[in-house]
Design a protein around this ligand. Sequence first.
Ligand code: 9MR
Length: 372
Amino acid sequence: MNYYKTTKPFLSTLLLCALSLNTSFSQSPKSLKSVYQEDFLIGTALGVEHILEKNEKANLLIKREFNAITPENIMKSQLIHPSEKSYNFEIADKYVDYGYKNKMYVVGHTLVWHSQLPAFVGKIKSPDSLRIFMTEHINTVAGRYAGKMNSWDVVNEALNEDGTLRKSVFLNLLGEGYIKEAFDLAAKADPKAALYYNDYNIEQPAKRKGAIEIIKKLQASGSKIDGVGIQGHWSINSLNLKDIEESIIAFSQLGIKVAFTELDLTVLPNPWDLRGADVNQRFAEKPELNPYKDALPDSVQTTLANRYADLFKLFLKHRDKISRVTFWGVDDRHSWLNGFPIRNRTNYPLLFDRELEPKKAYQAVINLKISK
Ligand code: 9MR
C-alpha cells in the first residue's frame, strides 16, 4: 500500500486544523511581512549573532517575518572605521550579503552621528580635519555598498529636544552646513540609495519643527533627501498618537516618505519621565524599577498588545505615506532596553518573547489585517 496516498488526506486535515487555530508560531500561516505586504515594509534590527546566523530559530523567524533589515551597531563609525586609515568591513559585508541573499530591503545605519565615534575623531580640533574624516568616511562606506544598499540613515540625531541643532563635534567645527555636506556626499557615493534623516522624539512638536527645518533647508538648497526616520522608542504608558499622526502628515507634506525606524515600546517604569534614546542617559539600578524580573503579568501583556494595535491602526490609516516600520531588535532578550536607561532590567518591548515565540502583541498586529 502506498503510505503517502493513504495518509495524505489525514495529514492535510490535520494541517488545516492547525492553521485555522493559528495559535502557535510554528503553525502560523501568516507573517508580519506577508500581511503588511501591500502597506509598508516590516523590518528588524540585526545584531552580529543574527547576521552570522548563529541561532536557527531566530534565523527562520527573521526570514519569515521581516522584509527589511537595519544593522543595530556594526555600521556605526566606531566599529566600521576604528582608526583613521582602517576600516572593518567583515561583518558589514556579511550583513549586506544576508539582506541581498534573502531579498530584503537593506538599510545602512548610520553615516554621521555624534555618538559612537571612533577615538581618533575625538582628538580632531580643526574643521579641515573633521571634513576630511566625514568625506572619506562617507565615500568609503557608502561607496562600498553602492547599488546594494536600499537606504541610508545619513545623519542621525542632529537635534536637541527644543528643536535647535545639537552642539555636536560636527556642528561645532563645521557649522550647520555639515548636514547638507553629508547628504550631498551620500548622494554622490550611492546615487541609488534612499537618503533619510533619522532621529528620536521628532514626533514631538518642538523637535519636529527642528526636523522640518532641516528637511526644508536641504530641499531648498537642492540636496537629495527621500525620507525621515521617526525612531519610535516609546512607552506603553505615554504613547502619544496625536503627535505621531500630526508628524506623519507634516513630514509627508514635505514630499518625503516617513519611516518608523527603531520601534519598541518599553513596559518598565521611567520615574524621571525619561523619553527617547539619548544613550548618555543612565540611572542607578533599583529593584522597584525592575518589576517584571521573572515574567510579564497578563494585564501588561494585554496593554502592550493594545498599544501596538493602536499604533499599527494609525500606520495603516497613513499607509500611503509610510515606507517602512522597523522594530529595534528581533526579540525581547535582544532588546537594548534591558540595559537602558538602567542596566540589568528585564524588559518586554517587542513582538517576540525570549524564547522567540510570538506574543499577544504579535497577534494583535497580525489581526488588524486578517480580521477584516
Ligand atoms: O541598540 C543600540 C545599542 O546596542 C548600542 O549600545 C547603542 C549605542 O551605540 O545604540 C543603540 O541603538 C541606537 C541607534 O543606533 C540610534 N538610535 C537610538 C538607538 C538606541 O539607543
